[in-house]
Unconditional design. Structure first.
Lengths: 201, 467
């Protein structure tokens, strides 16, 4: 996985709450057996008209937000289905950071597996970031993972929390499976013990 | 020893390694796999030259994409769907995992097949690349959905990297009123907590009304724990659970059964164990409910009216306005006046035999409203066969329902069963999101009995009027 260090880019506002993974990527696009190429259908039903063609009102279709790298979204972002196609589409579009007041659990986990940084902030900070995101393409936000800071276009610095293990993996682009396989002997030992304690499993 | 919750006990029994920062490797007893979220994971294994660590604990079944019309014996027409199902056929064979292919009578929705075949047992850890894995919590198993990267992780290592969630108790006291079912309980709870109310928690459902439920009902309740944002839902195993499990193809037998029972009987929350959050509802207060909006938290009794967005607070004001517009409703409109054109009975929430019995009970000797499209999609081939044996299929067919083969079908509309823009469906499934059942489609979630009532009258209907 690519290492995640710092993002300095356009932030787009999506204040709607409960943006679910069906909105992020509708099921018609889940029939792929690949992970790539889904950016073009990110937010498909909001982004395109029923008859095809772009919906100009949708934030990511506006000229200022076409190169968005940071999404500032309403509460409970990513709820619903476990589809990892949602973070795959977000990543493929070019978005590397999603900021909200809360995320659904599975989506939150899926982000880290794909080098996307989901950041949970308090409501008051969220409001500041949402305002900044509304300013358009000349107002660029900076997210610094090592320092755990978000800096708005006018220099307001907001710190955020992140699980140390996840931070370490993102910073170093580490692959979970490789890391776990180094602990193989622990899994062997567990299986031996559990096999005796619960042989019916 | 300090008192433990049921969740604490199952968690502790499955930690293979704990790092200093509390990050754990949680051992997985059962890994369920379907065709939509697994192809990339198997591809990852191949590219890295890895094997499935425990193929004997891995069970696969195609469900999301499969057509449910009788002509599916001739193959799947949609090329993309066919490729996904064929990929699962191949992956199951190449990696030597248990498999129920499309033509097997045991095929069905993964969360119905697992319990039915006795793969799901109390005290287990169960995962699947599907958020409704929460269903298996009904057995007192710690069960939750995972993404495709985690599917690959479990295939390769039989573990997940996890941190422990917090404990939440949802107690439903007393008895349910006539016409009120497990679906009404689970929707009412989400109406109370909101769709983010369970985020960061594992819920244990308890109380008399939960104890009184069958295993089918308990699965309906736990199935929608994810809709409340929880990682998982749990119900402590009891005689109802043991009775259901006993004799299933993959349940333990003989001395193994006795040994298992000895452990299973210890799987309950100790007196005085700590819960970080507690919600209590009175069973008597729960009415038959429907959803009016595009989030499962948009729940009201069928006797209520569509709310006014201004009555909400914060971000919910705009969300409710958007929902009501999408749903084509008006604030103040009686929910029981809302006309529907489609009825869907099925899904991992309500596609089990008890659900079909409840709907058939209402439909017996009646016809669906003229012009309505109504379908029953049994959750598995075995549920379908049993319903035919009990005469339920005839009741549905005589009433005017289509009698389908097993699959996820119109719950998420990945197969040809979809709503057209503007169509309105009374659905026993689990999500009423925009476009969930087809682009522009409108979904009202409700119980199987309520869906049957709606099919008869052609509008959302209080089932108690037909009882």
């Amino acid at each position: 996985m690519e290492k995640f260090e710092k993002v300095h880019g356009v932030a787009a506002p999506m204040p709607l709450i409960n943006i679910d993974t069906d909105m992020i990527i509708p099921k018609v696009h889940l029939k792929t057996i690949k992970r790539s190429g889904l950016g073009v259908v990110l937010f498909d039903e909001m982004r395109y008209h029923d008859h095809g063609g772009e919906n100009e009102e949708f934030v990511l279709n506006k000229p200022a937000y076409r190169n968005t790298e940071i999404l500032v979204a309403g509460d409970n972002f990513g709820c619903g289905s476990s589809r990892e196609h949602a973070p795959w589409a977000i990543k493929d579009f070019g978005i590397k950071v999603v900021i909200s007041t809360s995320f659904a659990d599975i989506f939150f986990n899926n982000c880290f597996k794909n080098g996307i940084l989901p950041i949970v902030v308090e409501e008051e900070h969220h409001a500041v970031l949402m305002d900044d995101a509304h300013k358009g393409e000349n107002a660029r936000m900076t997210v610094h993972l090592e320092d755990q800071t978000i800096t708005t276009s006018d220099g307001v610095e907001i710190t955020f929390d992140i699980d140390p293990h996840r931070k370490h993996c993102l910073l170093n682009g580490l692959d979970d499976i490789g890391l776990t396989m180094e602990k193989d002997h622990h899994i062997d030992k567990f299986e031996e013990h559990a096999g005796q304690a619960r042989p019916w499993v | 020893m300090s008192p433990k919750t049921l969740y604490d006990k199952i968690w502790d029994a499955h930690v293979a390694h704990e790092a200093d920062d509390g990050t754990c490797l949680l051992y997985i007893d059962r890994h369920l796999v379907h065709e939509v979220t697994s192809p990339q994971a198997f591809e990852g294994l191949r590219m890295a030259g890895r094997q499935v660590r425990a193929p004997e604990k891995t069970i696969a079944v195609p469900d999301h994409n499969v057509p449910t019309t009788p002509d599916r014996v001739n193959g799947i027409e949609n090329p993309e769907s066919r490729i996904q199902v064929e990929a699962l056929d191949k992956n199951a064979k190449d990696f030597g995992i248990h498999y129920y292919p499309v033509h097997d009578v045991r095929q069905g929705i993964v969360h119905i097949v697992g319990p039915e075949q006795g793969w799901t047992l109390p005290g287990m850890t169960v995962v699947c690349g599907d958020s409704h894995t929460a269903t298996h919590g009904a057995f007192g198993a710690l069960a939750h959905g995972i993404g495709t990267s985690e599917v690959e992780h479990v295939l390769a290592t039989q573990t997940l990297i996890q941190k422990k969630s917090k404990n939440m108790k949802v107690e439903i006291t007393g008895k349910l009123q006539p016409g009120v079912t497990a679906k009404d309980i689970t929707l009412a709870v989400i109406g109370e907590t909101g769709t983010a109310g369970g985020t960061g928690y594992v819920i244990e459902y308890c109380g008399e009304a939960i104890r009184d439920l069958s295993m089918e009902g308990r699965m309906t309740v736990c199935n929608m724990a994810i809709e409340g944002g929880a990682r998982a839902g749990l119900i402590a195993p009891d005689e109802t659970t043991f009775e259901y499990v006993k004799g299933r193809p993959h349940a333990p037998k003989g001395a193994q059964w006795e040994a298992a029972m000895n452990w299973w009987k210890t799987l309950y929350t100790d007196e005085g164990a700590h819960f970080d959050k507690v919600i209590t509802l009175r069973g008597e207060d729960i009415a038959p409910v429907v959803t009016w909006g595009t989030s499962p938290e948009d729940v009201l009794p069928i006797t209520a009216t569509v709310p006014n967005p201004e009555d909400f607070e914060g971000g919910k004001v705009d969300a409710a306005r958007r929902s009501i517009e999408y749903m084509g409703l008006e604030a103040g409109q009686k929910l029981s006046d809302v006309e529907i054109d489609t009825v869907f009975i099925g899904s991992c929430t309500n596609g089990r035999i008890e659900d079909l019995r409840a709907a058939a009970e209402i439909l017996k000797g009646k016809k669906i409203k003229d012009g309505l499209r109504a379908m029953v999609v049994p959750g598995s081939g075995l549920v379908r066969a049993q319903a035919e044996e009990e005469g339920l299929a005839d009741i549905f067919k005589e009433a005017g329902f289509e009698w389908r083969l097993a699959g996820c079908s119109m719950c998420l509309a990945m197969n040809p069963d979809q709503l057209q823009p503007g169509e309105r469906c009374a659905a026993t499934s689990n999500r009423n999101f925009e476009g969930r059942q087809g682009r522009g489609g409108r979904t009202h979630l409700l119980s199987p009995a309520m869906a049957a009532a709606a099919a008869i009258t052609g509008r959302l209907t209080d089932v108690r009027e037909l009882m």
